[in-house]
Design a protein around this ligand. Structure first.
Ligand code: SF4
Length: 430
């Protein structure tokens, strides 16, 4: 098995910052130290912020439809987009797409190495080759040599499902992490013969434990940047859960430089999920609202699920990077969400608005979402202090306390009727 040598030196979060198109990001987790490749103007590896990828599902030959989807994906959070290059018409489509794309384009090459050469001619920013599909070392070297001349990186995209038959049989007629890693390292060896090292690697599998194992092993033996993904994860929500589990587990360990969710769904969902995972882990700066909401309970004074959905919809296209809370009751809501930038809690058919835990306004229940949006824009534009200066916080606090007491008096301390349930259990067990 050819080896590229181990490079596993974690940087501390304080040491690690990076820039993606000029945006500085500070990582919350130690990151594996990797080489860097440039996919167009997006750095991958070497301390760069983790980038989000997705793939178009249109025919690449239909360049207008494909460009439309690329724009949609970029709007949803994709930093890099891959398009299939499965026919000569697709390569011609890429020639039209690349100059007009808002993000770098990767050409996905299936079985024919000539499509890789055509995609390079079309000006793509990266290639993806699957070692299980392009098997001839001569063809691989020819593509690497041409990519090298043009300064274009290549992803070695190993898939558990399309492992080279020799490796599959050698490892006991089953897909193993060891076989996947060997496939990647063999391909790196072919590239090395022509002096090509602008490489990133993926070892995807549809099994989460298998892909986690494969990436961990790969991270021990190579310093090339890694592209993470759970392949064929399926439709949401199961596909989202599998992808988040596999990609998230590795990111927390510091493994991974770029990610893709492979969902059986509109690819916009992939881009959005990738972006949201990175934001949730603190690995990318937040673009949009972080909406937190209580799970609701017997004390809720409003339909929290509908209210939270309404708020999500209202904030969807607004780029306001604040944490906003939607809470079902004024008894516990403001306290539980006191660290949120802004929040609203229901009580007595009214919405109690709070900023950083301080009550600021009382509004009718049907104005709760509009008020949240209005205040979020205010805080985002002018800051917390300027927003607070506009209102009588003492009046709002008194009103909230009145509703809180009223609810406690109506519902008592045990709004979920736990005492009655315990009594029933005791009666049954006598
Ligand atoms: Fe939501 Fe209030 Fe119940 Fe907490 S106590 S879950 S804030 S309704």
């Amino acid at each position: 098995m050819p080896s590229t040598g181990t490079s596993w030196t974690c940087q501390t979060s304080a040491e690690h910052t990076g820039s993606l198109r000029g945006v500085e990001v500070q990582s919350t987790f130690p990151r594996r130290d990797t080489r860097q490749v440039m996919v167009g103007d997006v750095p991958v590896g070497g301390g760069a912020p983790i980038s989000v990828q997705s793939m178009t599902v249109t025919r690449t030959a239909d360049h207008e439809a494909t460009l439309q989807q690329i724009y949609d994906l970029a709007m949803a959070g994709a930093d890099i987009v891959r398009c299939t290059c499965n026919e000569i018409e697709a390569a011609e489509g890429l020639a039209r797409i690349v100059p007009r794309s808002p993000v770098p384009i990767v050409a996905d090459i299936h079985h024919n190495h000539k499509m890789a050469l055509a995609a390079l001619e079309a000006g793509v920013h990266c290639l993806r080759l699957n070692p299980g599909n392009i098997k001839s070392p001569d063809h691989i070297r020819a593509v690497a040599s041409e990519a090298g001349d043009r300064g274009v990186p290549i992803r070695i995209g190993v898939n558990g499902g399309s492992l080279h038959p020799d490796l599959y049989h050698r490892y006991g007629d089953t897909v193993t992490a060891e076989a996947m890693v060997e496939s990647a390292l063999t391909e790196i060896g072919y590239f090395a013969e022509v002096g090509f090292d602008k490489i990133k690697i993926s070892v995807k599998a549809s099994s989460v434990p298998l892909m986690v194992d494969a990436y961990r092993q790969l991270a021990e033996v190579t310093e090339y940047p890694l592209h993470l993904g759970v392949t064929e994860a399926g439709p949401p929500p199961a596909g989202l859960i599998k992808s988040s589990a596999g990609i998230g587990a590795l990111l927390v360990e510091g493994i991974g430089d770029t990610i893709r969710y492979s969902l059986t769904a509109d690819p916009v969902q992939e881009a959005r999920a990738g972006r949201q995972l990175l934001e949730a882990l603190g690995l990318r700066d937040r673009n949009n609202v972080d909406l937190i909401a209580c799970p609701s309970c017997g004390r809720a004074e409003v339909d929290v699920i509908s209210l939270a959905e309404e708020a999500m919809e209202a904030f969807a296209d607004r780029e306001i990077p604040l944490q906003v809370a939607v809470m079902g009751c004024v008894v516990n809501g403001p306290g539980e969400a006191r660290d949120a930038d802004l929040g609203i809690a229901a009580g007595n058919k009214r919405g109690h608005l709070f900023v950083k835990g301080r009550n600021v306004a009382v509004v009718p229940e049907d104005e709760m979402v509009d008020t949240l949006v209005e205040w979020a824009e205010l805080i985002h534009g002018d800051g917390v202090e300027a927003a607070l200066a506009r209102v009588d916080t003492e009046l709002a606090t008194r009103e909230a306390e009145l509703d809180r007491r009223r609810l406690l008096s109506d519902q008592g301390e045990d709004a979920n009727d736990t005492g009655a349930v315990i009594e029933a259990i005791r009666r049954q067990s006598v």
